[in-house]
Ligand binder design. Sequence first.
Ligand code: SAM
Ligand code: SF4
Ligand code: FES
Length: 331
Amino acid sequence: MFNREEIIKILKDDTKNDWLFNLADKIRKDNVGDEVHLRGLIEFSNICKCSCKYCGLRSPNKEIKRYRILKDEIIEYVKNAVNLGYKTIVLQSGEDEYFTTEKMVEIIKAIKKFDVALTLSIGERSFEDYKAFKQAGADRYLIRIETTDKELYKKLHPNMDFNNRLRCLQDLKTLGYEVGTGCLVGLPEQTIESLADDILFFKEIGADMVGIGPFIPHPNTPLKDEKTGSFTLALKVMALTRILLPDINIPATTAMETLNPNGRILALQSGANVVMPNVTSTEYRAKYEIYPNKICINDNPDKCRGCIEGKIKSIGRTISTDYGFSHPKNK
Ligand code: SAM
Ligand code: SF4
Ligand code: FES
C-alpha cells in the first residue's frame, strides 16, 4: 500500500477525497464487514494529575467541577449497558491516583462478572499495574500516542515523556492486550509529514484499534486561541489508517461528530467500524469536558442507544452482537 511520500501527497491534495473515502470504505467492508461494534463508554473520573495543553481535564483547570464515580455506581451503568445489548464496556478517566491498582482490580473483576469485553483507557501506568489489570480480566487498552512528533509532544505534555508513552504501548502488547492508540489532528504546529508518520507508526506497532480525532480548543487551556482541527483532514487520516491497517477496529469518534453533525456516519462510510456511545447518566456528561460542545451531554444511555442504532441502520449497516475483538479468527 501507500508509502510515506504517497501518504503525504494524498493528505495535501483535497481533489481526490471522494476516491480516498470510497477506497477506505471498500477496504473496511472487505476486511471487517458491515457490522458496527458498539462500545459502552463510562467516563468514571474527570480528575487528572497531568497538564496536557489541549485538554479541558488538565489539572491546572480550576473551572471544572471534578467528579469520581465509584465501583457500585459503575456497576449500575454496566448492568444497564448490558441490558441495552452492549458487549464491550470502556472505562475511561483522567490520570486519577485515587484509583490504585487494588481499586482498579476490584472494579475490573466486578465488571467481568458480566458477559462483556472490557477496555481500559486510564493513561500511563506501570508494567505491574497493566499486568494486574490483565490478570483481573481487562481485555483491551486505549492509549493514544497523540503525536509522533517528539518535539511537539514535549511542548504539549509538560512533565510527560514520549518514551514512557511508547513503553506503555509496548508493555500492553507484551501482556497480550488488544492495544488501541491514535492521534489528534490539527494540533498547533503539527505538520502533514508528522501525520503521515503517525499513520506509519500505527502500522509499525501493530495496533489493534486506532482512534483519530480532530483537535478542538478548550477555553480553559493554554491552546484556547488556536485553530480548531479540520474535520476533513481527520477523516483523511482515518481513511488512510484503514487502508494501511485493513482489519483493525476504528471508531467513528465523538470529536468528529462535535465538528460535523453527521460526523460519525461520514466516518463509518470512510473506514470506521466502531462507535462508542456514552452509558453514564446525564449528570456527569457535561463535566467530562475534554473539549467544548461535546455531543450527547443532555442525553441518557437509552436515548443514545436508540439514536445511534437508527443512524447505523439508516446507512444499511448492522449492529454487531458479538464482542468485536479485532482479529476474531485468532480468538
Ligand atoms: N487520560 C487518558 C489519556 O490521556 O490517555 C484517557 C482520557 S483522555 C481525555 C482521552 C483522549 O482525549 C486523549 O487521548 C486525547 O486525544 C483526547 N483529547 C483531549 N483533549 C482534546 C481536545 N481538546 N480535542 C480533542 N481531543 C482531545
Ligand atoms: Fe489527563 Fe488524558 Fe486529559 Fe491528558 S488527555 S490532561 S492525561 S485526561
Ligand atoms: Fe447520544 Fe445520538 S448518540 S443522542
